[in-house]
Structure formats: structure tokens, C-alpha cells
Design a protein. Structure first.
Length: 607
């Protein structure tokens, strides 16, 4: 089996980071073993050092051409989610073994023409992420949803005005006007026409440089037509729920029809699964597909999108999705109103779209196609039908208990808990949310154990979460929070030990009792270090330290809530000979305690 290293980078709304999670599964289905590293993490450099000589990596995969240097003698593959002009300098540095996937067929043609250093290029349409909520179409509460940020078009015009002066300013303005009056053209077509009008001849290399220079015109065109599409709806009486940054700056006399929702990418994903229509405006993909379209179809909403050569060639408007032309935005409100007033027709389109998308348009389908093309580019044929599924690999750490790995683990578990709070703030907690968050927690646990093998998850917690039912959601959330806080407490305890050692080394003559000078110094330093934390467990530990008290890994809120359980729920303490651990029965399930706990310890902990 081939081993593929997938690298996460930075992206707006974590979109491409989420793509990596789903692409990983596709590579496994194609028979690749997978290892995922976060380039934004503090331990990324350490992890790369650890795998350098200890693990065979055949392919390095990333989005938007980041970190090609990490391939070093291996095949480097990248998926471009934007026009190649936006990543020109990265692409120029790729060697002949690199494989580039594009989200637009015209982008692939552009690379073949203007990047002779890249021999392997393939167009693969974007796919989408979706929340597996199965809400009947007629019971969905959101009429029209749009997910994506908003920037007033005038702001891009101001940027163009500041960037270009003199004749270049006039040239850029003429390009912007050209894109506005003819939204069917690509950026390269627009640039070529403006050069031709002025009788300017350039080489291919010079044309590539100009494309990069005038890329803000592409961004202006995107923002302009995103504004116009949403404006066409709200100013014709259609209410639109928008998720994303900047929408508070949308100005309209009919702003009451623009419902600015709060919440992150996951909340937006849930909203699409509770919508009848999901609107899309292409980010100037004239021969491609867009994540919003795939996500809408996968979620069982009607995808309403502007046209592209790919969409027109592969879909029939009114069958699995609905299209509208940017040149005639006046048609958009009527099409949307028709769908909203003819629910039966809209439901049939949504169902056909969902069936097709789940059969062939997921990230797993895309990743299997990527894997096949990668193998062909390496001279090894495609993916064999029915191949054995690949494994999840872990970094073979030789340096255990590394602080950078611990800090990354703390950040990740904090992110999971923040997501849980985000769901409570902007949505409603459902079983699918807990399943999603618990899977993230299990992956975090597996990744962390590679460097901290002492990290553990109690059997009771695992069994309870794996068999969680809707009616036990509240208790499941409390147990999950307890597991996350126990995870945090372990690393906070490690930080305490490190600080205590430094203090002992500095003042070995003093004792380390809770009321000692060292403890007060430690409490002050811990307060300074975690001053920005919003985690309840961290605040509780810091408060206890400053009060001159000790602390443990247990979340006091859970103990307060379940500490006085009646005899019908909390039965006698037992001992598991095979596990070598004592347990208490809670709601008929075994809740295990660490080895070494006496019967009295267990009774005191839960009673």
C-alpha cells in the first residue's frame, strides 16, 4: 500500500481543513494508508522530523499549493480551490513529478498553457460537506440559505484604485467594467481582450504575471455578482438567511429580508440541512462546480446556482438542481418564488439531487479519482476495484511527552468544547452533533496517544457515547464534557509539574504545600498563562489554586449534578478482574475508575 501524508493549512471558515478530513477517508477507500498533520500546529516541525527517516511517505497532499518542500523526493499533489493565478508563485516552484488538481476545467487548460513545469494536471469538481440530518423537506424551517462571506464591491474598487496608478489604473478599471458587463467571460479572456484593444503583445510568461497582478479584478467580479444575486432576492420580497462574515455591511432598503445568522461553518452546515433552497453564486468558475452546490444536494435542499460549462453539460435545470444566468438576474427571484410555492416539485428536485450527489459527488468519490490519477502519474495503474482499505497512520514519536504536542492537543480539545458551546448558542444540540464531536474526540485521542501513551478513555464513557440515544442526550453531553475536561486536566497537570520543577530548582529549600510561596507563584503564573481561556474546567482549577486548594481531573459540575444518585441508579462498587479496575454501576452501565482506586475511593468519587 502507498502511504499519503495529508497536510492541513489555514483557510476561511476552516473549509479546506474540513476537505482534508473527508479526502482522507477517500484515500483509505482507494487503498492508501493516511497520515494527517496540521501545518498550523506547534508540533508540525517535530512531527515532520520524526517521520523523516522512520516512515515511508509516497505522496504528500495539500490544498492550494502549500508546503511543496515537504515532499522532498516524494510525489507532491495539490488541489487548487481558486484560480491558478492566485497561486502563481507556488505553482512555478513545482517540479515535473507534481500532480495538480483543479476545480475548473478552464483552470486546468490555463495550467497546461502557462505552467510548462507542471506535467500532471487534472480537473476534478469540488465536492461538499454535509450534516446527516434527515429533516423532511416540508418540515424544514429555512426557506432560502446562503453560506459565504460578504465584501461590498466598492471596497474592491477602492483596493484597485490604491493598487494601480496612471495608465495601469485605467487599464484595471476597463477590466472591471468588462467583467461587470459580460459576466460570462473568464479573467484571462477579459485580460486578453483589453490587451488586444490596446495592441499590446506579451509573452506567455508576461501574461501569467499580469494575471497575478490583476487578480483583484476577479475578486471584484465575484463580490459584485454575489451582492447582486442576494440583492435580487431580498429586494423582491424573498427572505434569505445568510451565514458568513461581513453581511452586517449589506445595505438595502429591504434589509428586513436579509436574516444575518451567527455561527461557524458547522452551524451553517446544519442550517443547509434544514433549508428548502440553498443559493450559490460561483466564485467565477466558468467551467467548474462549487462546494455550496454539492453541499446543498447532499443535504437534501434544492441547489439554485448560476450556470457554468460543467453544470450545463452534466445537469438538467429542474431535474437535480436549478440554474439561473448571471446575465439575467431578474429571472432568479421568480425561480425561487416558484420553488417555494410549489413544494412538491421542489421536493422532487431535492430528492433526485440528494440521490445523485450521495452516489457520486462526495469527497470520498473525488478522492478515489485523485488516487487513481496519482497512481497513473507514478506509472502504477489506477485504483484496483475492491482493494483493501488503507489504515490511519500515526507519527512514530521517539520523543515522548513533548510539550508542543501537548499544547496542540489542548488547543484541539478546546476547539471541540467551543464547538459544543457554539451549537448551544446558535442552534439546538442533536444526536448528530454529539456523534460528530465524539468522532473528533476519538481522532484527537488516537493522535495524542502516539506521543502520550498514558492518555486513556474509560470504558464506561466509550460504551455510553457509542450507544447514545436521543433521550439520553443531556447526560451524554455531561459525560462528554467530563471526558474533555479530564483530557485537559491531564495536560494542565503536566504543566503544573513542569512549573513546580522549575520552582524547586530555583528555591529547593521551600516546601510545596498549597499555602506555600511556591504554590502562590505557581497560581499567579498559571492565571497569567491561561488568562484568555474560556473553559470552565480551567477557570475552576485556577480558582482553587488561588484559594490555596488542590484540584483533580474531575469536573465538579458533573459531581454536583450526579453525586447524590439514589440506590436504584448507583449500586454497589464492583471489581473487574480482567481489567484490574474497580467500577460503579450508573444507570446499569459500568463506570470504571483508575487502577489503584480502593473501594472507598470509588464510593467517595461518585457518592
Amino acid at each position: 500500500m502507498k502511504n499519503v501524508l495529508l497536510i492541513k493549512g489555514q483557510s476561511q471558515y476552516d473549509a479546506m481543513r474540513n476537505y482534508i478530513d473527508e479526502i482522507e477517508v477517500g484515500f483509505q477507500l482507494a487503498g492508501f494508508n493516511t497520515l494527517v498533520l496540521d501545518a498550523m500546529g506547534k508540533s508540525f516541525g517535530l512531527a515532520m522530523e520524526e517521520i523523516k527517516d522512520a516512515m515511508q511517505i509516497d505522496v504528500v497532499f495539500a490544498c492550494n499549493g502549500i508546503l511543496p518542500e515537504t515532499a522532498a523526493g516524494r510525489t507532491y499533489a495539490t488541489y487548487l480551490c481558486d484560480h491558478p493565478a492566485a497561486h502563481r508563485r507556488r505553482l512555478m516552484g513545482l517540479d515535473g513529478n507534481a500532480v495538480v488538481f483543479t476545480c475548473d476545467a478552464f483552470h486546468a487548460e490555463y495550467i497546461r498553457k502557462y505552467f510548462p513545469n507542471i506535467r500532471h494536471v487534472r480537473f476534478l469538481p469540488l465536492s461538499g460537506s454535509f450534516c446527516p440530518r434527515e429533516i423532511p423537506f416540508r418540515e424544514r424551517k429555512n426557506g432560502v440559505v446562503f453560506t459565504g462571506s460578504y465584501t461590498p464591491p466598492a471596497r474592491y474598487l477602492d483596493h484597485i484604485g490604491r493598487k494601480f496608478k496612471g495608465e495601469l489604473r485605467g487599464f484595471a478599471d476597463s477590466m472591471a467594467k468588462g467583467m461587470e458587463h459580460d459576466p460570462g467571460q473568464t479573467l484571462e479572456e477579459c485580460l486578453g481582450r483589453r490587451l488586444g484593444e490596446r495592441g499590446i503583445e506579451v509573452t506567455d510568461a508576461e501574461f501569467g504575471e499580469l494575471m497575478e497582478e490583476f487578480y483583484p479584478v476577479d475578486q471584484y467580479a465575484r463580490s459584485l455578482y454575489r451582492d447582486r444575486a442576494v440583492r435580487a432576492l431580498v429586494e423582491n420580497g424573498v427572505r434569505v438567511h445568510v451565514f458568513g462574515n461581513g453581511w452586517d455591511g449589506f445595505q438595502s432598503a429591504h434589509a428586513e429580508n436579509l436574516l444575518v445568522e451567527k455561527g461557524d461553518f458547522y452551524i451553517a452546515r446544519k442550517a443547509v440541512a434544514d433549508a428548502k433552497i440553498s443559493l450559490n453564486v460561483m466564485p467565477w468558475f466558468k467551467a467548474g462546480f462549487q462546494e455550496r452546490v454539492a453541499a446543498a444536494m447532499l443535504s437534501g435542499a434544492v441547489a439554485v446556482t448560476d450556470e457554468s460549462a460543467y453544470v450545463n453539460a452534466n445537469f438538467v435545470s429542474g431535474r437535480e438542481l436549478v440554474t439561473y444566468p448571471l446575465e439575467h438576474l431578474e429571472e432568479l427571484p421568480e425561480k425561487v418564488k416558484h420553488l417555494l410555492s410549489h413544494e412538491g416539485e421542489a421536493e422532487e428536485i431535492a430528492e433526485r439531487g440528494k440521490a445523485r450527489a450521495r452516489a457520486e459527488l462526495t469527497w470520498q468519490h473525488r478522492a478515489i479519482e485523485m488516487a487513481g490519477f496519482l497512481l497513473e502519474s507514478m506509472g502504477e495503474g489506477g485504483v484496483a476495484p475492491g482493494c483493501q482499505r488503507g489504515k490511519v497512520l500515526q507519527v512514530p514519536y521517539t520523543r515522548r511527552n513533548n510539550r508542543a504536542v501537548g499544547l496542540d492537543a489542548l488547543e484541539r480539545v478546546g476547539g471541540i468544547m467551543r464547538e459544543l458551546d457554539e451549537i448551544h448558542t446558535h442552534s439546538r444540540l442533536e444526536l448528530c452533533d454529539m456523534e460528530y464531536l465524539y468522532q473528533r474526540y476519538l481522532r484527537l485521542l488516537a493522535d495524542t496517544r502516539a506521543a502520550f501513551p498514558e492518555v486513556w478513555l474509560g470504558r464506561f464513557v466509550d460504551e455510553y457515547m457509542e450507544n447514545l440515544k436521543e433521550e439520553d442526550l443531556e447526560a451524554g453531553e455531561e459525560i462528554f464534557r467530563m471526558a474533555c475536561m479530564q483530557f485537559q486536566a491531564m495536560f494542565l497537570s503536566a504543566e503544573n509539574k513542569a512549573l513546580e520543577k522549575r520552582l524547586r530548582d530555583a528555591r529547593p529549600r521551600h516546601a510545596s504545600a498549597f499555602g506555600s510561596h511556591e504554590w502562590k507563584v505557581l497560581a499567579r503564573r498559571m492565571r497569567e498563562k491561561y488568562a484568555g481561556s474560556r473553559e470552565r474546567a480551567v477557570a475552576e482549577i485556577l480558582d482553587r489554586m488561588e484559594a490555596g486548594k488542590g484540584f483533580s481531573a474531575y469536573y465538579q459540575g458533573f459531581v454536583d449534578k450526579y453525586g447524590k444518585i439514589g440506590k436504584e441508579q448507583l449500586e454497589e462498587v464492583g471489581y473487574d478482574e480482567a481489567a484490574g479496575m474497580r467500577y460503579a454501576l450508573w444507570k446499569g452501565k459500568r463506570m470504571y475508575y483508575p487502577r489503584g482506586y480502593s473501594r472507598e475511593n470509588v464510593a467517595a468519587a461518585v457518592g
